[in-house]
Design a protein around this ligand. Structure first.
Ligand code: ATP
Length: 336
């Protein structure tokens, strides 16, 4: 490679985000089902990535393959820059995981269960085990119940103990498969706090969830799966922006604006707070240009932000035609 090519490659590498996890062409076929079907997923270092998808869309299977718990039928996985499962020994000590699996010992206390787990942590020295367990129990709000037997724990407490298990050693990457499952609102808030603390410490987090409001509140990025494939991924803000196909224009010349836009085949309608313009086939700048050319006084124009709930529905459901839906450009006639 020439010096110039080398410099170009180095610059590209420096510009690309470093990834805590990366999959390419990941596929898992069970005898009865294709669980994951060609997943290319990037988890940028330092991000909190929400993994979303309807039941059975392949979230848990993807997470299990990331962690080397399930062998892919095809495809590649890199965890902290190392190929999995070959590099399990090097990568896994830096990764904390809460995934469904063999449970804790029912007759041992929460604390004793964690002591057993902590003893097997390669990154913890013997003298550090006790303090690490105390710290993890406090982090998830289980300090008061630490000496009670696991079998007497509520579902939420069991879930928290699993979370504590993921946090026993200093981690670079934490993977949580539905951590709020079975938690009440207070428990859900605590998980949110734990994730925020990890993020503040620079730890990368991948969290699967059905709670879209939680994901919207805690995550910087999302990956949306549907039927085993990735249907969207990237920064949460960008996803919400790119899926908000309406521009709300504030103007004292509402009727004139609607006429001007429709003359230019741009769907628009009068609304109580302004003029709503469909951006699915037009850019915001072309809309504003059209309005300015027609001497419409534009006071403000802003994209309407769609909630994650709407975006998720759009990405994962085939929307049946609603006979009551009125096309945007016919709505003004029907509004009086
Ligand atoms: N061990 C297995 N044997 C056979 N099929 C499996 C196995 N594990 C998962 N599947 C199937 O693979 C598909 C994806 O399952 P997976 O658990 O990964 O989805 P998920 O998105 O995590 O679902 P949920 O939100 O319900 O937890 C489903 O159809 C499931 O039935």
């Amino acid at each position: 490679m020439t010096e110039a090519l080398k410099a170009g490659a180095a610059a590209r590498e420096a510009a690309a985000p470093r990834l805590a996890a990366r999959t390419r062409g990941l596929r898992k076929v069970y005898r009865s089902a294709v669980a994951v079907d060609g997943v290319d997923m990037d988890v940028p270092e330092g991000a909190v990535v929400g993994m979303l998808g309807p039941n059975g869309s392949g979230k848990t299977t993807t997470i299990r393959m990331l962690l080397g718990l399930v062998r892919p039928t095809e495809g590649e996985v890199e965890l902290l820059g190392q190929p999995m499962p070959a590099a399990s020994e090097a990568s896994l000590p830096h990764v904390g995981a809460l995934v469904e699996g063999p449970g804790f010992h029912p007759f041992l206390s929460g604390r004793d269960n964690l002591l057993r787990l902590a003893a097997a942590e390669p990154l913890l020295g013997r003298r550090q085990v006790d303090a690490a367990v105390t710290d993890a129990l406090e982090r998830v709000g289980l300090a008061d119940a630490a000496h009670r037997a696991y079998r007497g724990y509520s579902l939420g407490m069991k879930q928290r103990l699993g979370l504590a298990g993921a946090l026993l050693a200093p981690r670079r990457f934490v993977v949580l498969d539905e951590p709020t499952n079975g938690l009440d609102p207070a428990g859900t808030r605590e998980v949110r706090r734990v994730i925020a603390d990890l993020h503040a410490e620079g730890v990368t987090v991948l969290v699967s969830s059905h709670l879209l409001a939680e994901v919207e509140a805690t995550c910087t990025h999302v990956v949306v799966l549907n039927q085993g494939t990735v249907v969207a991924q990237g920064e949460l803000d960008e996803l919400l922006e790119s899926n908000s196909p309406t521009l709300l224009v504030s103007t004292p010349d509402g009727p004139l604006a609607v006429d001007a836009l429709r003359d230019n085949r741009i769907p628009a309608r009068l609304a109580p707070d302004g003029v709503r313009v469909d951006l699915s086939a037009n850019t915001a700048s072309s809309v504003i240009e059209t309005l300015v050319r027609a001497d419409v006084a534009v006071e403000e124009a802003r994209r309407e932000r769609t909630g994650l709930e709407d975006v998720f529905a759009r990405l994962t459901q085939a929307q049946p035609d609603d006979p009551d839906d009125v096309p945007l450009d016919r709505a003004p006639e029907l509004m009086s």
